[in-house]
Ligand binder design. Structure first.
Ligand code: GNR
Ligand code: NI
Length: 171
């Protein structure tokens, strides 16, 4: 298993809009291995989700595990939100924006249609943290980050803070 490196804001590659996965490719051992590498990378980080965009793969899929025991991996390939209702506010973070947390408003209840790692289409209705995480990961596939919901001034403060942190951690 390979630990993948995660792109960090303001890397322009995070702004790439991902293209659909060819369903015929899901069964490929190379694609299945990439899913395992992404899960491994997410668990190691540690994070509750990881979009392919974050590891510089600009295709529409993501992995999520919001369970306490970290034993419930979920894979969403070519996800589409078919229903969204209500609002909830949650303090979000992102592995591509390390150390930054901010309140984001998202839909409370969603229905998402996707393909699983077994190639089977499924539909899931959910709310709470899983709904937040699905929306956060789907934003990545559009090249969107949670800091985009902040004011331009706050976003620039985030960029400067990350650049400063990176400078002081460089050898
Ligand atoms: O690990 C993560 N935690 C998190 C917390 C609140 C809202 C969203 C997230 S997703 C994030 C992992 C990540 O960056 N996924 O893209
Ligand atoms: Ni993220």
């Amino acid at each position: 298993m390979t630990l993948l490196s995660i792109l960090e804001f303001p890397d322009p590659r995070l702004r790439t809009r991902a293209t659909p996965v060819d369903p015929a490719r899901i069964a490929d051992p190379a694609f299945q291995a990439l899913l395992d590498d992404m899960l491994h990378t997410m668990y190691e980080a540690p994070g509750i989700g990881l979009a392919a965009s974050q590891v510089d793969v600009h295709q529409r899929f993501m992995v999520i595990d919001i369970s306490e025991e970290k034993d419930q991996p979920q894979v969403f390939i070519n996800p589409e939100i078919t229903l969204a209702d209500g609002h909830q506010v949650y303090q979000e973070g992102c592995l591509s924006v390390p150390g930054i947390f901010a309140d984001v408003t998202r839909a409370n209840q969603i229905t998402v249609k996707a393909i699983g790692r077994n190639g089977q289409p499924f539909e899931l209705s959910t709310d709470g943290l899983l709904a937040i995480c699905i929306q956060h990961e789907m934003d990545h596939l559009e090249g969107k980050l949670f800091v985009d919901y902040l004011s331009p001034l706050k976003r620039d403060m985030v960029r400067k803070k990350l650049e400063k942190a990176r400078r002081s951690s460089a050898a």
